[in-house]
Ligand binder design. Structure first.
Ligand code: NDP
Ligand code: MG
Length: 400
């Protein structure tokens, strides 16, 4: 039977890769709902090609979308707006699968709504899980939702773990013969830059990733290694494993997407050409496999695979994220909020690249940690951390 899919963040990099996979399997999947935020022209083109039943945009963009759809003689698509619209499509009874591909904290409530409605949730929006951690996982368990990782590293780890690993006790200890997780990192575009060189890098340079083509926010996160920090937290939650059992390994070629080490000396790796269509297809079809256009890996072409330790002096974001996970409570949400604000102001050229982790560290020291026992508390703390980050950025700007 055909599965009905909702794509939150369809106009983004993951959203487009998802469409690319779905397009290859029109008998197995249909697009029920899609959401966009600022790229309304692209959204209307996607409406034309995929004919969803619902589309969600900010209310300020409603007229623009209506006009574009009218020009294309499309009259049978329901337009919903704002966060209420995102939540409505994520939990819609006719939806089977939700791709959570909105960037940042804006994806939290819609993703949680999909989980609470017991959907198959394909999780790209790592920030939502970093913020909500146990609440999201408990909601998945309580509502029989399938939370499947799309982030390439977590998808790789999922593929390398024993089949029923996630169904057994969750106590932070590795189990079933697992010793540790090796989370691979490309190292980003500035892997070999000195501190002096890092001081001067521009948003355009930071957004030019050597192996992956991604949205601007995650590209900057990859350059600071905050992406790996967020992924460390994501892995701890998804696989219920304490941070000391997750080792970050820099692997510049991005051919191995992550590994699991076992007590008997085995190390299992998942490999493939770096293309998000592979983990998306895996999460869509699991436990089955479906075809993608991604060519098979040619090991004679990729004949050299290198590994090294990350440098937390030049890339302190990784240390900040690990410490936030160790501390627990609201610290990961504070880290995430501060980072989102700092990255946005780096992209607007208000602060420098090296000031991104400085802002995050300041906010972590300033905003009091506490129990992350409700979504309301997490959202209030997110808001407070954003205010403190903005104040810090204003101070930094006035100094320079
Ligand atoms: P993009 O910036 O390319 O896309 C983000 C999507 O979210 C767009 O559809 C955008 O709409 C929408 N959006 C942005 N802000 C809001 C908002 N406030 N409310 C509602 N929708 C919003 O990002 P990516 O696709 O690269 O990344 C998406 C998520 O997936 C991120 O969490 C990222 O960390 C994660 N991820 C991405 C990978 C990648 O390879 N790209 C790999 C692994 C994880 P619009 O474009 O119309 O403005
Ligand atoms: Mg990743």
């Amino acid at each position: 039977m055909s599965q009905s899919v909702c794509i939150l963040g369809v106009t983004g990099s993951i959203g487009c890769s998802t469409l690319k996979v779905l397009e290859q399997h029109p008998d197995q999947y249909s697009v029920f709902a899609i959401t966009g935020y600022s790229r309304i022209k692209e959204l209307s083109e996607i409406c034309k090609q995929f004919r969803p039943k619902c589309v969600v945009v900010p209310s300020a963009k409603m007229d623009e979308l209506q006009q574009l759809l009218k020009l294309q003689n499309i009259a049978d698509i329901e337009i919903l707006t704002d966060e209420a619209g995102l939540i409505a499509v994520a939990q819609h009874p006719e939806v089977d699968v939700v791709m959570a591909a909105i960037v940042g904290a804006a994806g939290l409530l819609p993703t949680l709504a999909a989980v609470k409605a017991g959907k198959r949730v394909l999780l790209a929006n790592k920030e939502a899980l970093v913020m909500s951690g146990d609440i999201m996982l408990q909601a998945a368990q309580d509502n029989n939702a399938l939370l499947l990782p799309v982030d390439s590293e977590h998808n790789a780890i999922f593929q390398c773990l024993p089949q029923n690993y996630l169904q057994t006790e969750r106590n932070g200890e590795p189990k079933q013969g697992v010793k540790q997780i090796l989370l691979t990192a490309s190292g980003g575009p500035f892997l070999n830059h000195s501190i002096e060189q890092l001081r001067k890098v521009t948003p355009a340079q930071a957004c030019k990733h050597p192996n992956w083509s991604m949205g601007r926010k995650i590209s900057v996160d990859s350059a600071t290694l905050m992406n790996k920090g967020l992924e460390l937290i994501e892995a701890c939650h998804l696989f219920s494993i304490k941070e000391q059992f997750v080792t970050v390994v820099v692997h510049p070629q991005s051919i191995i997407h992550s590994m699991v080490q076992y007590v008997d000396g085995s190390t299992l790796a998942q490999m493939g050409n770096p293309d998000m269509c592979t983990p998306i297809a895996h999460a869509l079809a699991w436990p089955e496999r479906i075809q993608t256009h991604v060519p098979p890996l040619d090991l004679f072409v990729h004949s050299q695979l290198d590994f090294q330790e990350p440098d937390i002096i030049r890339f302190p974001s990784l240390r900040l994220a690990r410490d936030a996970m160790k501390e627990g409570g609201l610290a990961p949400a504070i880290l995430n909020a501060a980072n989102e604000v700092a990255v946005a102001s780096f992209l607007q050229q208000q602060i420098s690249f090296l000031e991104i982790p400085q802002v995050v560290e300041h906010v972590l020291n300033y905003v009091q940690n506490g129990l992350a026992d409700s979504i309301e508390t997490i959202l209030q703390t997110d808001e407070l951390a954003r205010q403190v980050a903005s104040q810090r950025i204003t101070q930094l700007e006035s100094r320079s």
